[in-house]
Design a protein around this ligand. Structure first.
Ligand SMILES: NC(=O)c1ccc[n+]([C@@H]2O[C@H](COP(=O)([O-])OP(=O)(O)OC[C@H]3O[C@@H](n4cnc5c(N)ncnc54)[C@H](O)[C@@H]3O)[C@@H](O)[C@H]2O)c1
Length: 680
């Protein structure tokens, strides 16, 4: 067997080099949310394996001290986080100039990682969870330390390989290649399920990257405000008959969740000028959104919440009301008192429904945390019972005229898993979809993704407000508000973005744009970097987009040619972005809907003002979006076919998309009917 001294000598980068002495046991700041204990159910043999796995990062001289400490973390928290290696105090995404590095990309990624772990940004910063209950930057603080060091020494001749939070190492590549390639939780098909994933996480071999947490591109809840604003505004237009040039004045939107992404709902409804009631069981999350100004009023009873809503609806004034309590209690009240709700959704973390993402009715948030720690089996029963009741209430409200949509949190799937078969269109299984549409099927898909509109985003790496204001103005100039109503909404969004005080963490912005709109904006920004008007910029996008994500319960819910169960598109998007030289590429399993239910990917591109980056923008940004539009066109989605026809014309000689011939429905219907009749 190799001796550890021998192994240590073979590495330039390891914790023994970074720390002369074992760092002291950490102190945890008061008032910072902590991840609930994840249920510990490893066998004795697996527990030994998990310990040995974590100790792979630790020089032998510290094994005796750390082995019992890691065991305690594992048995009490369900994971080994290696708290001792967390830098003490607050972590925050600072200006890029304050980071060490051999290349601009290495320094830029450090800004992004630290922003993902900021107390203000992250959901459970001590446990490296950025958002979505379980979405982590990496698994533990040992990995964090090593990643940071690797990024400091990374050169333009190398690529850092990241496998589920573990930095595999630096490998020689070339300046035009990505500087970091990330994968998270990619499990082999037959093991790609909850139980194996839970075990793999506890063993320390898998990281739940969610979407942008593990891809280091999370920019706080602003990222989702724009999508939520577009969704509810367009839901109003599509389902409540509101004209395309008007907003949600006088309308009531009821939902739940004020967490990482769901926390955007209050702000979004006010920007759309509607009234929102958002149920939340965790008071600390209400407090965060209230302090931030994204919630206008906090109420403690359904009666108080609906009374306040009525007043603001009457005055046609945008207003965000938090209801401190369970969403099921809120809906029960609405059903019993015949309250008219226009739009209804839910944003509890149903992708992790039994891991704390969904609080059962009848218990407090604190009691659910305690139950999670101690009584997992009983807890599941309670969750299922609440989900079934929740479903019945929604059905009643929907029968009375409320428009309900699934918000991409796997709510409908969770209800199905809780035993409700009626929720399936075919009354048996989700293969033909659910009786309620998801927001992508009804709204985001046909109105935005099919055209290529998606959540383009950027971070001003200088950290200067001024840079953000300049990029906002430049992005606005790249939009023609007269082209389509989507462009007008996007134009209005970016025009008012600064005023709406959307930034939490780094100076970042999100803007829905189509393929060529994104390219134009990116080229403009790179030029501004080149001329010194602004500092360097990190471009990226949410994975929740046209092309990056295969997710039949969400992003690809409006794919109806049977290919919604395939993950070729997301994989190609990832590979194609790597081939075209994005600075960072990421591919994950799971995301917002849960393990095994989606493959999603994203990118990061550092704008350094160079002409080489101009070239990458021209090749990679249209690909990143149009790969998705092409797939949607092939699935016969009308707006995508139209978009691809225009694209083929515009990019003649460089790009060419295969388009589908459309079969006559009657021809096919009659033919198959006759054939089946004969067959019988
Ligand atoms: N809207 C979108 O576009 C979109 C995009 C991505 C993901 N999602 C999904 O939305 C969900 C929420 O994401 P998040 O980042 O906000 O997660 P989160 O875990 O940070 O927030 C969910 C919140 O719901 C609260 N909650 C749980 N059960 C409740 C109950 N019964 N009543 C009232 N409140 C309850 C929790 O306390 C928590 O604060 C996830 O499943 C996520 O994947 C939505």
């Amino acid at each position: 067997m190799n001796a550890n001294t021998h192994i240590a000598k073979a590495m330039e980068i390891h914790l023994g080099k970074l720390f002369a002495e074992l760092p002291p046991r950490p102190e945890f700041a008061q008032g910072i949310r902590r991840a609930p204990a994840r249920h510990f159910n490893l066998s004795r043999k697996d527990t030994e394996l998990a310990l040995k796995n974590a100790l792979r990062y630790i020089p032998e001289k510290w094994h005796e001290t750390l082995a019992p400490e890691f065991l305690e973390e594992l048995m009490t928290r369900g994971r080994i986080y290696g708290y001792r290696f967390r830098p003490p105090g607050a972590i925050t995404g600072r200006s890029i100039d304050e980071y060490q590095g051999q290349c601009i990309e290495g320094r830029a990624f450090q800004v992004m990682i630290d922003n993902n772990l900021d107390f203000e940004v992250a959901l459970y910063p001590y446990e490296l969870v950025t958002y979505g209950e379980t979405g982590q930057v990496c698994q533990n603080w040992m990995q964090y330390r090593l990643i940071k060091r690797y990024l400091e020494v990374l050169t333009r001749e190398q690529t850092l390989v990241m496998a589920s939070g573990h930095p595999v190492g630096l490998f020689a590549s070339r300046p035009e290649a990505p500087r970091v390639i990330i994968t998270n939780a990619l499990m082999v098909g037959c093991f790609d399920d909850q139980d194996n994933w839970h075990r793999a996480m506890a063993l320390g071999v898998a990281n739940y990257g969610q979407m942008t947490a593990g891809g280091w591109m999370y920019i706080g809840p602003q990222g989702i405000v724009h999508g939520t604003y577009s969704t509810i505004l367009n839901a109003g237009r599509a389902k409540l008959g509101i004209p395309a040039d008007q907003d949600l004045a006088g309308r009531l939107f009821v939902t739940s969740g004020l967490g990482g992404m769901s926390g955007a709902q209050g702000k979004a409804v006010v920007i759309a000028n509607g009234v929102g009631i958002i149920a939340e069981v965790d008071y600390s999350r209400i407090q965060t959104r209230f302090d931030q100004g994204w919630i206008d009023q906090v109420t403690e009873s359904p009666a108080e919440a609906f009374a306040a809503a009525r007043e603001y609806q009457r005055n046609r004034k945008g207003w965000a009301i938090a209801f401190y309590g369970n969403v099921v209690d809120l809906l029960e009240y609405a059903v019993h008192h015949d309250v008219k709700i226009d739009l209804l959704s839910d944003q509890t973390s149903c992708h992790a429904v039994y891991e704390g993402g969904y609080c059962p009715q009848g218990i407090s948030f604190e009691q659910r945390t305690e139950l999670l720690r101690s009584g997992h089996a009983g807890f599941k029963e309670m969750v299922d019972a609440t989900l079934r009741h929740h479903y019945e209430l929604i059905k009643t409200l929907s029968d009375r005229g409320t428009y309900f949509f699934d918000y991409g949190n796997s709510f409908l799937k969770a209800v199905y898993d809780a035993g409700i078969r009626d929720i399936c269109k075919n009354g048996e299984n989700p293969l033909d979809g659910f009786i309620f549409q998801s927001y992508v099927e009804d709204i985001m898909g046909p109105l935005l993704f099919d055209y290529g509109y998606g959540p383009f985003r950027w971070v001003c790496l200088s950290g200067r407000n001024d840079d953000l204001a300049k990029t906002d103005r430049a992005a606005m100039e790249c939009i023609d508000p007269e082209r389509r109503f989507q462009d007008r909404d996007n134009y209005n969004w970016i025009r008012d973005a600064f005023k709406n005080r959307l930034v939490v963490g780094t100076r970042a912005r999100i803007l829905y744009q189509d393929a060529l709109g994104r390219m134009k904006t990116a080229l403009k920004f790179n030029e501004m970097v080149r001329t010194g008007e602004i500092g360097p910029v990190m471009l990226g996008r949410d994975h929740h987009d046209t092309g990056g994500t295969d997710s039949p319960f969400r992003e690809t819910a409006n794919i109806y040619d049977g290919s919604n169960i395939m993950a070729d598109m997301a994989t190609h998007c990832f590979a194609g972005n790597a081939a075209r030289g994005m600075s960072l590429v990421a591919l994950h399993n799971g995301g917002g809907v849960g393990i095994g239910k989606a493959i999603n990917g994203g990118f990061g591109l550092v704008l350094d003002g160079s002409e080489q980056v101009d070239e990458i923008i021209r090749r990679a940004i249209p690909w990143d979006v149009m790969g998705g539009v092409a797939r949607r066109a092939w699935a016969r989605n009308e707006p995508s076919i139209e978009t691809c026809i225009q694209y083929n014309e515009l990019r003649k000689g460089s790009d060419h998309i295969t388009l589908p011939y459309l079969a006559d429905e009657r021809l096919i219907g009659n033919l198959v009917e006759k054939a089946f009749a004969k067959h019988k």
